[in-house]
Design a protein around this ligand. Structure first.
Ligand code: SF4
Length: 418
């Protein structure tokens, strides 16, 4: 058995951890062999913060308030910074939100701000003077200016970032991988994800631009580990932003995130982290506190026992952001969790997403998916649409679909065993 980490020398781990002792000890050994922060990546300056290059891991978070609600967003920037966020991200999708961002920046001059662009990458030119970093999603570049190549679009983004002293994040997600990479790696979504990120790194470097970080996210922590390990092996010099997307509500969301972060951080992989949790706005800073706790535990060799996910019911839900289409989203996610507890032993994934930007795509892989519109919730069974239901009706319909799915699987199992 591996040596007991120094912080636990002379005493036994808690009884509840004993079943995970071998794994815990293995991770501790990894940590001792490769003490945290020994991976050498480029240093990427983001305002007054540095990601990579041996700097402490930066904990970041994202506002879930409406960007156009300037008072609420400014308050949330302060809330997240006070909790220890080194970078705060804000979603911007249109000109009105750009105007709001200008006022948010005016009122938060010290905050290190990042902006999240999804389908409207052309807004980069308007937001770059206001922020320190821009995240774009390579899987969403095809929505606008279809006549232009990806290379031209990336060259334009790089020029904008250079002109305005901004860093960039290449942010790929399993739920929105660029179609050409899915075609190139049929049946291997993880490789498509990794190669898409590598391709964008290559483009930037050909343009002489190295001030970028990469994130490779998925809602399954095992995929997050695999994707980041593959990428880190291919491009060890590029700083990584770690995240388990749609991790869900605490405590499950924190546990899923821990599963991924403990494995990666112990190997020195990860220069900035975000814990994505479905939380009401008043508790959003708990994302930052959870991230700091994980970093502290890993740095001290404290790897916690974690249950395996994926063998029973798995509820994934987005952390929400300014794009969320109805304020009842967090309540809906909690109601889904309560309603479906009776199905805990069934290996079924239910996704609850806050908006139309990522909701339709990121529910495709779930057995049952719900994504919010302003007045209705759209229900799906994998990529099949089941209909739109009011917030009052959707839970009843979800239960019908869940019972149907369980019954179908039971019937398939019993006919297979005959
Ligand atoms: Fe924001 Fe929509 Fe993603 Fe939820 S699904 S985090 S509301 S963009």
């Amino acid at each position: 058995m591996s040596q007991v980490p120094q912080s636990f020398a002379g005493r036994e781990p808690p009884r509840s951890w004993l079943s995970a002792w071998n794994r815990w000890a293995t991770l501790a050994a990894v940590s001792e062999k490769h003490p945290r922060l020994q991976r050498t990546t480029r240093a990427v300056a983001v305002g007054s913060t540095v990601i990579g290059g041996g700097a402490p891991v930066v904990v970041q978070s994202m506002c879930a308030t409406k960007t156009r609600d300037i008072d609420a967003t400014v308050a949330q920037v302060h809330q997240l910074c006070a909790a220890g966020a080194g970078i705060v991200r804000i979603a911007v999708d249109n000109e009105l939100e750009v105007e709001a961002l200008a006022e948010i920046r005016r009122q938060c001059p010290q905050a290190v701000l990042s902006v999240d662009l999804q389908e409207n990458y052309r807004l980069a030119a308007r937001v770059a003077p206001l922020v320190d970093k821009i995240r774009y999603n390579p899987g969403h570049l095809h929505h606008l200016e279809r006549q232009k190549s990806v290379r031209e679009k990336v060259a334009w983004l790089v020029a904008v970032a250079r002109d305005h002293n901004c860093a960039l994040r290449i942010g790929v997600n399993c739920g929105s991988v660029a179609p050409e990479f899915l075609e190139r790696y049929p049946g291997d979504g993880l490789e498509a994800l990794v190669q898409s990120a590598v391709y964008h790194c290559d483009l930037m470097e050909e343009l002489g631009f190295e001030r970028f970080v990469v994130s490779l996210k998925d809602s399954d922590p095992r995929n997050v580990i695999a994707a980041n390990e593959r990428f880190a092996a291919l491009r060890p010099e590029v700083p990584l932003h770690l995240g388990v997307t749609e991790a869900g509500m605490p405590p499950e969301g924190i546990i899923k995130t821990r599963i991924a972060f403990e494995q990666l951080l112990a190997k020195g992989i990860g220069e900035t982290i975000r814990v994505s949790l479905t939380l009401p706005n008043s508790r959003k800073h708990e994302e930052v506190l959870a991230g700091k706790q994980i970093l502290e535990d890993v740095a001290n060799g404290r790897f916690l026992s974690v249950p395996e996910f994926g063998d029973g019911l798995n509820i994934i839900s987005c952390p929400s952001c300014s794009r969320v289409e109805n304020e009842r989203f967090v309540e809906l996610a909690e109601q889904v969790r309560e309603l479906t507890r009776y199905a805990a032993r069934h290996k079924i994934t239910i996704a609850v997403m806050g908006c139309r930007v990522n909701g339709p795509g990121e529910t495709d892989d779930a057995d049952l998916g719900l994504w919010c519109g302003p007045t209705v919730v759209n229900l799906k069974r994998r990529s099949q649409k089941l209909g739109s239901f009011s917030y009052a009706e959707v839970l009843e319909r979800l239960k019908i679909e869940l019972d149907r799915l369980i019954a179908e699987r039971a019937a398939a199992e019993s006919s297979a065993s005959v």
